[in-house]
Structure formats: C-alpha cells, structure tokens
Design a protein around this ligand. Structure first.
Ligand code: SF4
Length: 277
C-alpha cells in the first residue's frame, strides 16, 4: 500500500514558539510553572510538559506565585501583571495581530463579528477585547439570522477556521444593510496551506488519516476538508487507535496532521502502517 504524506507536517510556527518558551521556563526550575489552559491542543505534548512540571490552569486568580505561560491561543485583554507572578506570553504572533485588529475596531466604534467557535480559547480571548460584545458566528445559518442593521461592522476570523466557511459567511454578510463593513481574512497562512494541500491529497488516495488532538480546532477542520473529498477519513491522536481492518482493499492512504501535532507522532503512525505492507 502506498503511503502519501501531506505537505506541512509537524508544528506550525506559533505552536513551536509556545512549546519552546514552555521548555525554556521549565529548564530554569524557578518555582511552580503554570499554563493558561493547555499550552497547545495536543494531548501528547501537554502530557510531556506536564510530566516536566507545567500545570494547566483556567485562570490565575488562585495562584499566588510562580510563572504563568500564556498559551499560543492568547489570553483576554484583562490578563494583567500580578505581584509574585511572572507572565510569559507565548501567544502566537498571528493571533496577537488579530487581537490588535479587534481592539482597534472596537475602540473605533465598529460592531465586531468573529467568524469561529464561541468556546475556542482564541475566540474567547478575542471577545474579551470587546468587553464581551463581539458577535461570534460559526456558520452560514447563524450569519443569516444576524440582526445588526445600520451598524458599521468589522469582521475577523478565528486563525484556524475553515477558509470555505469564512468566505461563505462573508458573502452573506456583504449583502446585509450595514452602513460600513470591513473584512479582515485573519485565517493564518499555515492553516490555509494545510487545508489546500490536504484537499488535493484526499482526492488522490483511497483513504485519509488525519493526526491530531480531538480538541484541536485546526485538525478537525482538516478532517472536514478530507470528508468533502473522500469517504474514508479517520481522525486519530496516536498509532494505538489504528485498526488494521481500515486498510483492507485499499491501495493508498494519505496522512495529514494538525498544526499542534509533533512530527514524531506522525512518523510513529507512518511506521505502524508501513509494517502492514
Ligand atoms: S495555526 Fe497559525 S495562528 Fe495558530 S498557532 Fe499556528 S501559526 Fe499561529
């Protein structure tokens, strides 16, 4: 069986940066070290860092001293310096740019619309820059139900959202009677590239395996893209989830991974499938 691997495997720039900053903080062994939520959305990496002493917390209210690493998804505008706590900001620079964009739009009097998932930490943090007033729209159905006539509106996207869904929602909003509408495509380049190369690969193989955290938004997007093109798509986190029967009668398998999946996890999966040949 032929194994075809998608382009852009391994950590994206922002995830690599967050993991490196965490490793560096841990190596200094300077008191307790926390992360705001999981540092990235990958269970193997979170466990590895947790074994070394990085403890995920939901907020810093209960922490009196130590170091807190802000995850690649960023934190809200209200996260302020606190006595006894050293903050290390591992927010991805691309996410930081979206935060600055949202902050500016809100301060300039625009109603901010964020295309994304309300519960995602990046979107929650972005909403915080508008005192909780931003409207989060996840799909075309929600976009059609919006009632914001007359307002001036600024639109951004969650950095890892589906490019297709973003464009569909924007085309609906452009037809609404806002007095002014500003659109910023803030989906990061790595996400767009991965979605594009995964779509091409999924068309070309008998089945697809997408590797990444089940809680990883960008990995789930890749699964959706694959499902548009291929009937046999599996989302797994590690090689233990592979079932040999999936490959029965198949001549080719495509492998893709999310931006927070380490390269070694993908390699373990490639090696495991290779042993079936
Ligand atoms: S997916 Fe893009 S925005 Fe998210 S951490 Fe990676 S580079 Fe940054």
């Amino acid at each position: 069986m032929q194994i075809k691997v998608s382009d852009n495997i391994g950590f994206c720039f922002g995830v690599k940066h967050a993991v490196e900053l965490s490793e560096e903080a841990l190596s200094k062994k300077n008191g307790k070290i926390y992360s705001m939520g999981p540092i990235i959305h990958n269970p193997q990496v979170v466990k590895e860092l947790s074994d070394k002493g990085l403890t995920p917390v939901e907020d810093i209210d209960g922490i009196k001293e130590g170091t807190v690493v802000v995850s690649s998804h960023g934190a809200g505008a209200k996260l302020k310096k606190k006595k006894g706590i050293k903050l290390i900001d591992a927010t991805c620079p691309f996410v930081k740019k979206i935060q600055e964009r949202v902050d500016r739009l809100y301060k300039d009097g625009y109603s901010v619309i964020i295309i994304g998932k309300k519960a995602h930490p990046e979107v929650k943090a972005l909403t915080d820059f508008t005192d909780g007033r931003a409207i989060v729209v996840k799909d075309a159905g929600e976009a059609r139900e919006l009632e914001l006539n007359g307002s001036k509106v600024g639109i951004v996207s969650q950095s890892t959202y589906s490019q297709d869904t973003f464009l569909e929602i924007v085309s609906i909003l452009l037809n609404m009677p806002f007095s002014e509408i500003r659109v910023f495509n803030t989906i990061c380049r790595d996400t767009i590239k991965r979605q594009g190369s995964v779509r091409i690969l999924a068309r070309d193989v008998d089945m697809m395996i997408v590797v990444g955290g089940k809680n990883s938004s960008n990995t789930r997007r890749l699964v959706e893209v694959c499902k548009d093109e291929n009937r046999d798509v599996y989302h797994i986190e590690n090689e233990e989830e592979i079932d040999r029967s999936w490959f029965s009668g198949k001549e080719s398998v495509g492998i893709a991974s999310g931006t927070s999946t380490p390269g070694w996890v993908v390699q373990d999966i490639i090696d495991q499938i290779g042993r079936y040949n």
